[in-house]
Design a protein around this ligand. Structure first.
Ligand code: FMN
Length: 334
């Protein structure tokens, strides 16, 4: 909190793909927490623009998040055909042309990181893997704190060895993509905080299922310095969560989330819908993510929640509506 100048020990989870607007990030920072921009799907120009919007709303520190680069996985022609065939009827149902894999499936990480270095946010977080020494050094050179994401102790140790400034530990209840890379771990958030505390003196940021002031306090008591909350802010006035997604969240009940690869090829937690039930042969990330983009965009436009990626954590049914500042106050009454 001291190094970032925070008044509230809550980090807004970066939420790429719509919910995480610059306005939401600015509102959280302005209210004393650390707002974050989920920039994984943004081009370098869009990163600069989003950062400028945050700065137009607040002078307080904020963070930017990207997905660590990974080699593209091999995909066979048979896999590709199976994935396309499975999506074809859903496209037809929405009146879309048949699905096609775009030439470009993801942004260029080094160009994105270049935009982050130029923007100089107070913090930079990453998920899905490790960064190289050159990249961490470049961040340090700009005075940007680097946070890596771990879903298990082995990943905590790897990130600590790399020299990150803090570790985000993501429990299995968390909404959105699993941020780890070594194994598919779904630890209880508080158990993971305690285990991480045993192996590192680095600041720990606890993420996953933290929806109330009592739960935030429990994570800090377990040894975390900060918490990172996403699902608790999905229905904030400033969030970019489209109306059908908000409506699905309002109807959520315990047990309505699932872990799925259907949308992106990477395991992620979200509300159950037709895509999570019907799409069983996704391509690996980032190909499936690129392949389902048209479907998701059309579903958002036309209000069809059954075809949208409704990322949400296990606490989804306990989420509230309100301004970001109100929701932050509910997590940290101060
Ligand atoms: C809609 C949504 C989008 C997310 N996008 C990202 C992202 O772009 N980068 C990232 O590191 N984590 C992302 N996450 C995961 C969060 O960083 C965090 O682990 C999670 O929100 C914590 O659990 P909670 O949702 O129960 O609060 C996302 C989570 C949600 C709900």
């Amino acid at each position: 909190m001291q190094r970032l100048g925070l008044r509230v020990p809550v980090v807004l989870a970066p939420m790429a793909g719509g919910p995480g607007t610059p306005q939401l990030a600015a509102a959280i920072s302005q209210a004393g927490g650390l707002g974050s921009l989920g920039a994984a799907y943004l081009s370098p120009t869009q990163i600069a623009e989003a950062g400028a919007v945050v700065r137009a709303h607040t002078e307080r520190p904020f963070g930017v998040n990207l997905f660590a680069p990974q080699p593209l996985p091999p995909v066979t022609q048979a896999q590709r055909e199976a994935a396309l065939a499975e999506l074809a009827p859903l496209h037809a149902e929405l009146g879309l042309p048949p699905p096609a894999l775009p030439e470009r499936t993801q942004e260029d990480f080094s160009a994105q990181l270049g935009a982050v270095l130029a923007l100089r946010p107070a913090a930079f977080s990453f998920a899905f893997g490790r960064l190289g020494g050159v990249e961490l050094e470049a961040l340090r050179g700009q005075g940007i704190l680097a946070f890596g994401t771990a879903t298990g102790v082995e990943e905590v140790l790897a990130l600590a060895a790399d020299g990150v400034d803090a570790v985000i530990v993501q429990g299995g209840a968390a909404g959105g993509h699993r941020g780890g890379w070594l194994r598919e771990e779904l630890a209880d958030t508080l158990t993971l905080v305690r285990a991480a505390r045993e192996v590192t003196a680095l600041p720990i940021i606890a993420a996953g299922g933290l929806m109330t002031a009592v739960e935030v306090r429990a994570a800090l008591d377990a040894g975390a310095e900060l918490v990172q909350c996403g699902t608790a802010f999905l229905r904030a006035a400033e969030a970019g969560t489209p109306p059908p997604y908000r409506a699905a969240l309002a109807k959520a009940h315990p047990g309505t989330t699932t872990l799925t690869r259907s949308f992106s090829g990477r395991l992620a937690r979200g509300l159950v819908n037709r895509v999570t039930a019907e799409v069983q042969r996704p391509l690996p990330y980032p190909f499936q993510n690129a392949l389902t983009r048209a479907l998701r965009a059309e579903a958002a436009q036309t209000g069809r929640a059954e075809f949208l990626s409704l990322w949400a954590g296990e606490g989804a049914h306990r989420g509230q509506e309100g301004t970001a500042a109100d929701l932050l106050r509910a997590l940290w009454p101060g």
